[in-house]
Structures are given as C-alpha cells and as structure tokens.
Design a protein around this ligand. Structure first.
Ligand SMILES: N[C@@H](CCC(=O)N[C@@H](CS)C(=O)NCC(=O)O)C(=O)O
Length: 193
C-alpha cells in the first residue's frame, strides 16, 4: 500500500492526489500540519516538505518526480504522450514551472507588481492552449496536472479573474469535468471556507 504524506492546502500535494486519482490507485494519507511539522518528516525528506510518497518503505519526495514515477509504475491511463518529442515538450513546461510559480507566490504575499507578472504567466499558458487542448499536448496529462492546482487556487483563493483568458478558462472547465480535478475543486472550496 502506498502512503502519501499530504497537506490539503499544498498545491504540490494536489498534483500527487490528482495523479493517484487518475490512476485509481489506493493509498493511505498521513496529513502533515505544515505549521507544526513532525521531526520524523525530515527523515523521509531532509527538506521537511510535503508531498512525500512512501512505497513499501521506500520514500520519494518532489511532486513532479512522484508524478513521473506513478505514471511509470501504474501505466494506465498514460499521462504522458507516446511520442518522444511531445513528451519532451510536456516536460519542458513542467521544468519551467519555476517561472510560473514565482509571481504566484509573490501575489500571495501581496507584493507590488506581482498581479501583472502572474497575469503575464497566465497569458503564456492561454497562448499555448490556443493551439493545443492540453498543456501536455493533444491529450491530458502530467503537465496539466502539474499546473492546475495553482490555477484553481489563483482563481478561487486569490481572486484572479480568467475572463480575458478564454483558452485557459476553457481548459480549466475541461479539466474540472474530470473527477480527479473536481475533487481538488472541493478541497480548495473547503480552504476558502
Ligand atoms: N519542490 C517541492 C515543493 C514542495 C513544497 O514546497 N511543499 C510545501 C507545502 S505546499 C512545504 O512542504 N513547505 C514547507 C517548507 O517549505 O518548509 C515539490 O514539488 O514537491
């Protein structure tokens, strides 16, 4: 049985929850209080961060790596394209997630200029999605899963309007039809209280 060291409000954990749900893999959850993290968490991940996946005593941190691992360990349904070039493009987007997340967290901290910087990132995604239905390419997959938790939180917790971003809004609507993503909408709605 897999164990996920998890925190509901953590978007990185949301990535792993979505992959597990898409793959329909049973797992146990250990909820970590991020404000008072247990000392033993550092034995599982020296950075003390969640998510951490435990698989029969073997531990793996880092949400994007966990997603790739789960996709290989549980191949159905596949969450990366069959074509190597398309896979590379999807991975490139995940690799560049750092650029996306910086203004998101700056916005959350209320920093000046962050709203415009984050909007510029959303516009880039919107531009991509005018050409392909999913960030992973022709089919839904890991790149979509690795971005959507922040887009949901931006809209529902930070009040970022997606009005001027029709392709992105359409993508979010498509993803929201998937039970794995809909479950995360519920998690975020509970956080919003
Ligand atoms: N790169 C990590 C980031 C995980 C991360 O930052 N998790 C946050 C919660 S959302 C955390 O555990 N923060 C605690 C800390 O930074 O000490 C991943 O992708 O899994």
């Amino acid at each position: 049985m897999l164990t996920l060291y998890d925190a509901p409000r953590c978007p990185y954990c949301a990535r792993v929850r979505i992959v597990l749900a898409e793959k329909d893999v049973p797992y146990e959850t250990v909820v970590i209080d991020l404000a008072d993290r247990p000392a033993w968490l550092y034995e599982k991940n020296p950075l003390g961060k969640v998510p951490v996946l435990e698989d029969d005593g073997w531990v793996l941190p880092e949400s994007a790596v966990i997603g790739e691992y789960l996709n290989e360990r549980y191949p159905e349904p596949p969450l990366l394209p069959e074509d190597a070039a398309e896979r590379a493009v999807a991975r490139l987007l995940v690799f560049r997630f750092e650029d996306f997340k910086e203004p998101y967290y700056a916005l959350r901290r209320g920093e000046a200029g962050a709203a415009d910087a984050f909007l510029a990132e959303l516009r880039q995604l919107d531009g991509l999605l005018r050409h392909v239905p999913y960030l992973t390419g022709r089919a839904y997959g890991l790149a979509d899963i690795d971005y959507v938790p922040w887009v949901i939180r931006a809209r529902d917790l930070l009040g970022v309007a997606l009005d001027g971003l029709p392709a992105l809004a359409g993508w979010l609507e498509r993803l929201s039809q998937r039970p794995a993503v809909a479950a995360e909408l519920d998690v975020v709605a509970a956080l919003a209280g």
